[in-house]
Design a protein around this ligand. Structure first.
Ligand code: 3HC
Length: 690
C-alpha cells in the first residue's frame, strides 16, 4: 500500500500521508510527498494543495529509526523546499501531533489549519539534536525567535490554541479539518499571486533579536556543555544574520554532526527502549487490565504518603491507612506540606491542592481497604510485618482486588503465600520521593495472573510513571545492581580513594550525586539496619553509623553539613577514620584516577546486569537502562548502564573485571557467563534485542 495518496477534490489536490502508527517521515513517505506535490503542480485542473494525514497523528517527525543509517533521497529539506517553492499554495490540515519534521512540513506550507486537540512542537532537543529540516529558520521567521527559541529549547509542544495565538496557525476549527484546509487553500489560490513563504515573512526584528539573545544567554549558562543547546543557539542566531538558504545550510550541518554524536545515539536508544519496555513478554493486547477506580495505601510514612499522592494526582480516590491516628495525621500533614510547596512555586493552584487532598481519605485499620480495587502496602520492610498485613488483607479486600507490596528487596511469593489469592499479589516498587521519581518496578512473581500485571502496567502509566516489569529476586533490578556499586564504593575508600573523589568521578560522568553524598541524603542508618538484618558488614559505613553520623539529618555523615547546609564539606575525621581502617586491614593506600574509579563502580553493575538478564529478571538490556535512568538518575545521554557497556566494549569490561577479581575476594566480580560469551563473540548487549 502506498504511504501517500493523492486525491483531487474540486480544484484542490488532497495529499494524505498514511504511515501507521504515527506517520513518521520515512524514505517512502518523503518520496511519496515529493511526487504528490510535483504531480499536483503539473495538473492544470489543480489550483491548490492540502497536506493531510490518516490516523491519530498529523506527523510525528522524521523516522528516528533511520538516523545513523545511510541517507535515502529525497532528503526532508529537499522535499520541504519543493513544498514551499510550489507555484500553487499548499495548506497543512493538522490533527493530533505535528512534531519535529512534522511541524517542519507544516511550516513549509503556505497556510496551516488545525483541530483544537492538535499539539505542535519541535522536540528534537530531547533526542540530543536540533531541528534539521528548516525548523530553526522557518519558526523564528514566522512567530519571532523570542517565542520560537523556547519551544525548541524545551522541546515541549504547544496546544492548538497557543499556536493560534503565536501566529503559528491560521485557523483552529472544531471539526473536519481537511474541508477547512481546502477552503483556505482555495482562498489563497484565488488571491492569484505566488504564495508567500514562511521563509520570506519577517518577524525578525531588532527587539526580537535582543529578546532572543537574553534567552540564549540563560540557556547557555545552564547548558552544561550539551552540544545540542550550543547548536540551537548558533542556528537561531543564523536566522537573524543570514539568508534563509544560508541559515538552513548552517542548521543542516549542525544537525548532521549532532546525529552522529554518541550522546544523540544514546538518547535515541532511550527513546526506543522506553517504548519497548511497555511490551511485556507473554502479555499481549488480548489481556485486558482490570478496572481501577479506587485505591488504598497502607502506611502513611514518606513512601506511603508519596504513593497516595500519585493516586490523587491522577484523580483516583485513595484511602490512606495507618495503625494509629497520630501517625495518620502526621502523614496527611506531610502530604499537605508537599502540595503547599507546589502551590508556593505556582505549579499547583490552591483549588487543585484542595481537590487532591479531598481524594485522599485517611483511615485507621486495614478494614478500610475493603472497597479498593488495588491496595498498595508500604509498611515496614520486614517479612513478618508484610505477611501479617497480607494475611489480613486477604480477609478484607474485595475479590479481584490487586494486592501489591512496595517492597524493595523481599521475596514477593513469600508475601503472597500469606493469602489465598497469590494470583492477585504482585510487587509495585516505587522510588523515593514516590510522587516525583518516574520509575515503577512491577514485580511479577510466578503465579501472578497476567491481567494483574497488565493492570499494574496500565495503572503505572496513568500515575505518570515509567513501569518496568521485572522478575522476582533479591533487590529486583535496580537495587540489586546498586548494591554492587555500593560495595565497590566502600572498597575504593579502603583501597585509597576518599569520598569526595569517588563522588566527583560519578558527577563528572553525569550523575547528579555520587554514592556518598546520596547516602548522606538518604540516611546512612537505612543501609546499616539492612546490613545488620542480613549479617553483612561494611567497615567504613558501619563505623560512620556507629559514630552516629547518619548523614544530612544529623549534620554529618561522610561529609559535614554546617548548619543544615545541603552541600557537604570534606570531613577530616571521616578521612582519618578511613585511613585507620585501611591500616587495620593491612592495605597500603594508593591513589585512583577518575577513570579507574568509574570502572570499579560501574563494571560490577554491568556484570550484575548480565546476570539479571541470564536469570530473566529483566526481559531486555534496554529495560535495565530504563530502570537506571528513571530510578537512579543515570544520565540519559549516556544511555543507561548496558548501553554504556556496549560503548566501552564488553571485552574491555571483562578484562577489567578479571583484574579486579584477581585482587579482591568477591565472587560477584567474576565476569558473568553472558558477558564473557558476548565479549568473545565481539558483540554487545544490543545484539540480544528481538
Ligand atoms: N520515528 C520512528 N518511530 C516513531 C516515531 C518517530 N519519529 N515516533 C513514534 N514512533 C513509533 C514508536 O517507536 C512506537 O513504535 P512501536 O509501536 O513499535 O513501539 C510507535 O511509533 C508509537 O509511539 P508511542 O508508543 O510513543 O505512542 P504515543 O501515542 O504514546 O506517542 C508520539 C506518540 C507523541 C508521536 C511519540 O511517539 C513521540 O513523541 N514521538 C517522537 C516525536 C519526535 O521526537 N519527533 C522528532 C523526530 S526528529 C526529527 O523530526 C528531525 C527533523 O527535524 C529532521
Amino acid at each position: 500500500m502506498t504511504k501517500v495518496q493523492l486525491e483531487v477534490r474540486g480544484r484542490v489536490a488532497v495529499v494524505t500521508i498514511d504511515n501507521p502508527p504515527v506517520n513518521a517521515l520515512g524514505a517512502a513517505v518523503r518520496e511519496g510527498l515529493a511526487n504528490a506535490v510535483k504531480a499536483a503542480n503539473a495538473d492544470a485542473a489543480v489550483a491548490a494543495i492540502v497536506i493531510a494525514s490518516a490516523g491519530k497523528a498529523f506527523i510525528a517527525g522524521a523516522d528516528i529509526s533511520e538516523f545513523g543509517k545511510p541517507p535515502a533521497a529525497p532528503s526532508l529539506p529537499d522535499v520541504l523546499d519543493a513544498i514551499e517553492g510550489s507555484a500553487k499554495p499548499v495548506v497543512a490540515a493538522i490533527q493530533g501531533v505535528g512534531l519535529g519534521g512534522g511541524l517542519e512540513v507544516a511550516l513549509a506550507c503556505h497556510g496551516r489549519v488545525a483541530l483544537p486537540g492538535a499539539k505542535l512542537g519541535l522536540p528534537e532537543i530531547k533526542l540530543g539534536i536540533i531541528p534539521g529540516a528548516g525548523g530553526t529558520q522557518r519558526l523564528p521567521r514566522l512567530i519571532g525567535a523570542a517565542k520560537a527559541f523556547p519551544m525548541m529549547l524545551s522541546g515541549e509542544p504547544v496546544s492548538a490554541g497557543k499556536a493560534l495565538e503565536y501566529g503559528l496557525l491560521d485557523e483552529v476549527v472544531s471539526s473536519d479539518v481537511v474541508t477547512a484546509a481546502i477552503r483556505l487553500a482555495e482562498a489563497l489560490a484565488a488571491e492569484g499571486r505566488r504564495p508567500v513563504t514562511s521563509a520570506a515573512t519577517g518577524e525578525l526584528t531588532e527587539a526580537d533579536r535582543e529578546a532572543f539573545e537574553a534567552l540564549a544567554r540563560e540557556a547557555l549558562k545552564k547548558a552544561d556543555g550539551m552540544p545540542n543547546v550550543l547548536a540551537l543557539v548558533e542556528a537561531v542566531r543564523a536566522s537573524f544574520a543570514l539568508s534563509f538558504a544560508e541559515g538552513a545550510a548552517v542548521e543542516r550541518k549542525l544537525f548532521l554532526s549532532l546525529v552522529a554524536d554518541e550522546r544523540s545515539k544514546a538518547l535515541r536508544h532511550v527513546f526506543f527502549a522506553e517504548r519497548e519496555v511497555a511490551k511485556v513478554p507473554g502479555i499481549g493486547p488480548e489481556v485486558k487490565p482490570r478496572e481501577i477506580a479506587s485505591a488504598a495505601v497502607i502506611g502513611a510514612g514518606t513512601m506511603g504518603g508519596g504513593i497516595a499522592m500519585c493516586f490523587a494526582n491522577a484523580g483516583i480516590p485513595v484511602t490512606l491507612i495507618e495503625t494509629a491516628k497520630a501517625a495518620l495525621d502526621n502523614g496527611v500533614n506531610r502530604i499537605g506540606a508537599i502540595y503547599d510547596i507546589s502551590v508556593s512555586r505556582g505549579s499547583l493552584t490552591p483549588e487543585a491542592k484542595a481537590g487532591r487532598m479531598a481524594l485522599i481519605k485517611p483511615a485507621v485499620g486495614l478494614a478500610a481497604a475493603a472497597g479498593a480495587d488495588i491496595v498498595v502496602e508500604a509498611a515496614f520492610e520486614e517479612m513478618g510485618v508484610k505477611q501479617q498485613i497480607f494475611g489480613e488483607l486477604d480477609k478484607v479486600a474485595k475479590p479481584g482486588a490487586i494486592l501489591a507490596s512496595n517492597t524493595s528487596y523481599l521475596d514477593v511469593p513469600t508475601i503472597a503465600a500469606a493469602t489465598k489469592r497469590p494470583q492477585d499479589v504482585i510487587g509495585m516498587h516505587f522510588f523515593s520521593p514516590a510522587n516525583v521519581m518516574k520509575l515503577l518496578e512491577i514485580v511479577r512473581p510466578q503465579g501472578a495472573a497476567d491481567d494483574a500485571i497488565a493492570t499494574a502496567v496500565a495503572l503505572g502509566r496513568k500515575l505518570a510513571k515509567v513501569p518496568v516489569v521485572v522478575g522476582n529476586g533479591f533487590g529486583f533490578v535496580g537495587n540489586r545492581m546498586l548494591e554492587r556499586r555500593t560495595r565497590a564504593a566502600e572498597r575504593l575508600l579502603i583501597a585509597g580513594a576518599l569520598p569526595h573523589e569517588v563522588d566527583a568521578a560519578l558527577v563528572g560522568f553525569g550523575f547528579k550525586m555520587g554514592p556518598f553524598a546520596m547516602a548522606d541524603l538518604a540516611g546512612n542508618d537505612i543501609g546499616w539496619r539492612s546490613r545488620k538484618a542480613r549479617g553483612l558488614k561494611a567497615a567504613v559505613a558501619d563505623a560512620i553509623c556507629e559514630a552516629g553520623w547518619f548523614g544530612q539529618k544529623t549534620g554529618r555523615g561522610y561529609y559535614i553539613y554546617p548548619q543544615g547546609a545541603r552541600a557537604g564539606q570534606r570531613c577530616p575525621e571521616v578521612e582519618a577514620l578511613i585511613a585507620r581502617i585501611s591500616a587495620e586491614q593491612g592495605v597500603t593506600r594508593r591513589s585512583f584516577t577518575q577513570e579507574e574509579i568509574l570502572a570499579r563502580l560501574l563494571d560490577p553493575m554491568v556484570n550484575e546486569g548480565a546476570r539479571i538478564l541470564e536469570e530473566g529478571i529483566a526481559a531486555r538490556p534496554g529495560d535495565i537502562d530504563i530502570v537506571w535512568i528513571n530510578g537512579y538518575n543515570w544520565p540519559a545521554w549516556r544511555g543507561g548502564p548496558m548501553f554504556w557497556a556496549d560503548s566501552v566494549g564488553l571485552d574491555l569490561i571483562v578484562k577489567r573485571l578479571e583484574a579486579q577479581a584477581a585482587e579482591i575476594d568477591d565472587k560477584a566480580l567474576e565476569p558473568a557467563p553472558l558477558l564473557r560469551r558476548l565479549a568473545a563473540e565481539e558483540k554487545g548487549f544490543a545484539s540480544l534485542k528481538g
